[in-house]
Design a protein around this ligand. Sequence first.
Ligand SMILES: Cc1ncc(COP(=O)(O)O)c(C=O)c1O
Length: 398
Amino acid sequence: MTKISFSSVCAHEIKDNRSTKPHILPIYATSSFEFENLQEGIDIFTGEKQGHVYSRYGNPTIDTVAKKMGALENYGLGGEAQAFLCSTGMAAIHTTLLAVAKKGDKILTQGNLYGGTTELFNKVFSHIGVEPIFTNLQSIDSIKEALKKHPEIRLLYCETPANPTLACIDLEAVGKICEEHNLTSIIDNTFATPYLQQPLKYGIDIILHSTTKYLNGHGNSISGSIVCKNEELSKTIWNVLKLTGGTCNAFDAWLLNNGVKTLPLRMDKHCANALHIANHLETHNKVIKVNYPGLESHESYNIASKQMSQYGGMMSIEVDGGIEAGKTVMNNLKFCTLAPTLGDIDTLILHPASMSHLKVPKEMRERNGITDGLIRISVGIEDVADIIMDIEQALEKV
Ligand SMILES: Cc1ncc(COP(=O)(O)O)c(C=O)c1O
């Protein structure tokens, strides 16, 4: 071949000159993958040969981290779980629902979901003929009653512990009832993480995460995951994911991988700090109620003790004095950060009534314990004395 021009040297991709294996998973920032020759392309496209084609269909960084998510959710349970990484937690939720719900189906769910999920049900899925039925999933009688009243219910979607009241749903009971009624069961396991709770143990079909939260843990990436052990369901989900395009990108998957490495260390500290703070605030004169499933006074203490190895890093407190008291605490915090996320290593505080649940109707919020004076705390891994000092000084201003 004759000498190629200067501009072609600039434009052409340099061949990878890697000689030894990298210790850390590389970020494959490539949209597509090359074939050695046409036959290889045909073999990969037809599935005769394993290989990557295009990053929306899979990428070594994304697939490796997805595999880790499957291994964590299925840890110690035998068999293999399929796992997919999505661009956000919401992408994981809507991809799954699009894959498993058909027009005319009803989804049985709870009123105290993450606000965005409630909105997704009310404003997106109900418009395409998939209606949410909100009930109290903590009560098996309520579930049975709803199933009798709505024979079109095909799916059960739950979140436990729930955001932000930390109410827990009995996964064993839900798994059983879904099996008896042939319902596909889906759980958002974001608050617990697979380190504290493994819903696959109870026969739950699909496990979702906003991996943006504890799994990444450092507040520097946005992603979601879907884990499923049923091969048929997994295939359907994968098909919808690649066609709707909510796949994760390699950089955020890589950041997730970094975070997951310290998940148990971080979670142990989150849980210990949260329990300490919950015990401390339970007798505080400005606090009407502490929602933490590790307190014996919490309505879900027994269920949480049965299905979680520890009680998590999330809690909420109801400050005496309604909306004004809630705002006063928020405006006087100096050490903790006001931020609308959770699961980072530092303590993050949120006022659901004016932030995460702003668009959830007030009547529905209050029915589910999300009152105007409720403050959600994502307890960080700092020195617990510093967190308590800050919350106490803010409560004094009420
Ligand atoms: C429990 C829960 N599920 C899902 C989501 C949505 O996740 P993402 O923001 O990654 O889309 C959130 C977000 O706050 C959440 O708290």
